[in-house]
Design a protein around this ligand. Structure first.
Ligand code: UDX
Length: 433
């Protein structure tokens, strides 16, 4: 099929490349010239395993091209809207200006029978509003909402082999067009839910709200564990054996961040309030508050570990990204901890395998190094806040030879505390005795 993808950020760039990989003829459109030039050259402006490979192979076949001119979307049978919906300044609500601009830009270029497919995460009601505008301004085209559930670090796999497909449609025809787009996944037996616009929009935010709640639940348990001497990791293992609960997303630590979970739960709460249902989602404010508290907890542990003050103490912060296998530092708990410790007068050296450039752009006042060894050298305290494989694999004896003081805070509960203690370290986790 001939497909356009409007917006080539994280979601759009991966989607465009994956659609071309599936054999479609794809044009990716974005207003950012540098981004488009980088993607056309096979160099995504963010770190995502597997993406450079499929970008290069699809571009070489001629099935994938990029453009800064929305007129190049003309002639496509399907137009995916994949622009960002960030948190609006000064409020919890989502900022829809990019969705509206992309939609308006597309209107004059819609062919007979074209399908506009929203992928961006939007407040419930957006698709109905855009659908009404389409019926008015371009009745030859129709609209579907098809949320995306990709995880950073697994974005290519999640797009090519999704665990479910959700179509919010106004008519059966839209569903059959989407079936054609996703034929490979459908033939592989991927569950497909065909529903209305509002349900499709809600599925996405409900999924993220559930995941965020699960993480904050276990972090709340870790606070209680700390007060009682219990071990939250064993607790998670034990409740996780109940298939109704499940062990995934029950890792207590410094909490969730990134470009989706935090802003999506806030936008969901804001939308519920607009709908007069603020009470229904009031618990998500608590989920957010628990989450933000974990960052403070790690900072407090650092102060405690250093005897009451971090002033002029050298602290190695391992990790700045919001999770491993990503260079994303948006709303990153790890970077937040590094910034807070610096604010308290600590001599912080932050390190990360992929995220330093992005971290430096946001917080140039911090000291960074790409070398784990250099960060650890002479440290009075080590704070592990992103569970990159290389940090999980650190050897306590060898690491002990580099630092000035054998103190470590495991902000992700991934270290074998016994092994570190045996090597003479003072170790603290979150909710672990
Ligand atoms: C998330 C959703 O998983 C995805 O479906 C949606 O499309 C976008 O938002 P992503 O932001 O890539 O994806 O990250 P995810 O892997 O979900 O992790 C989110 C955050 O939760 C990370 O900061 C991670 O460190 C944290 N987390 C995750 C925990 O603190 N504990 C856990 O047990 C799991």
């Amino acid at each position: 099929m001939r497909i356009s993808v409007i917006g080539c950020g994280y979601l759009g760039a991966v989607h465009a490349a994956a659609m071309a990989e599936l054999g479609h003829q794809v044009v990716g459109v974005d207003v950012d010239e540098r981004k488009i030039a980088a993607l056309a050259a096979g160099h995504p402006p963010f770190f995502e395993p597997g993406l450079p490979e499929i970008l290069t192979s699809a571009t070489a076949t001629g099935r994938l091209r990029f453009s800064t001119d929305i007129a190049d979307a003309a002639g496509s049978e399907v137009h995916f809207l994949a622009v960002g919906t960030p948190q609006a300044a000064g409020t919890n609500a989502a900022d829809l200006r990019y969705v509206d601009a992309a939609f308006d830009g597309l209107l004059p270029h819609l062919a007979d029978g074209a399908l506009v497919v929203g992928k961006s995460t939007v407040p419930v009601g957006t698709a109905a509003r855009l659908g009404a505008r389409l019926a008015d301004a371009a009745p030859q085209a129709s609209l579907a909402w098809n949320p995306e559930f990709l995880r950073e670090g697994f974005a290519v796999k999640d797009t090519l082999e999704p665990d479910r497909l959700v179509y919010g449609v106004g008519d059966e025809h839209a569903a059959s067009v989407l079936d054609h787009v996703y034929r490979a996944a459908i033939e592989a037996g991927t569950p497909r839910i065909v529903t209305d616009y509002a349900t499709a929009e809600l599925v996405k935010v409900a999924a993220n709200a559930f995941l965020a709640t699960k993480i904050s639940f276990i972090n709340a348990m870790s606070e209680v564990a700390d007060a009682t001497g219990a071990d939250v990791t064993a607790l998670a293992d034990a409740i996780g054996h109940d298939a109704r609960i499940g062990r995934r997303f029950l890792n207590a630590g410094v909490g969730f961040g990134g470009g989706c979970l935090p802003k999506d739960i806030r936008a969901f709460t804001a939308r519920a309030e607009e709908l007069g249902r603020g009470d229904s989602l009031a618990f998500l404010k608590e989920v957010d508050a628990i989450n933000l508290r974990q960052r403070q907890r790690v900072v407090d542990l650092a102060v405690e570990a250093l005897g009451g003050s971090v002033f002029r103490k050298r602290i190695a912060v391992l990790g700045v990204t919001f999770k491993p296998d990503s260079d994303d530092v948006r709303d990153s708990p790890a970077l937040d901890v590094a910034v807070q410790l610096t604010g308290l007068g600590a001599d912080v050296v932050a390190t990360d395998p992929e995220g330093i450039e992005n971290a430096r752009a946001r917080h140039p006042q911090l000291d960074y190094t790409t070398s784990t060894r250099e960060a650890l050298s002479g440290a009075d305290l080590v704070v592990l806040v992103t569970e990159w494989r290389e940090y999980r694999a650190l050897d306590p004896v060898e690491t002990g030879r580099l630092v000035a003081g054998r103190r470590i805070i495991d902000g992700r509960n991934v270290l074998d505390l016994g092994a570190w203690r045996a090597a003479g370290w003072q170790v603290r986790g979150l909710g672990r005795p």
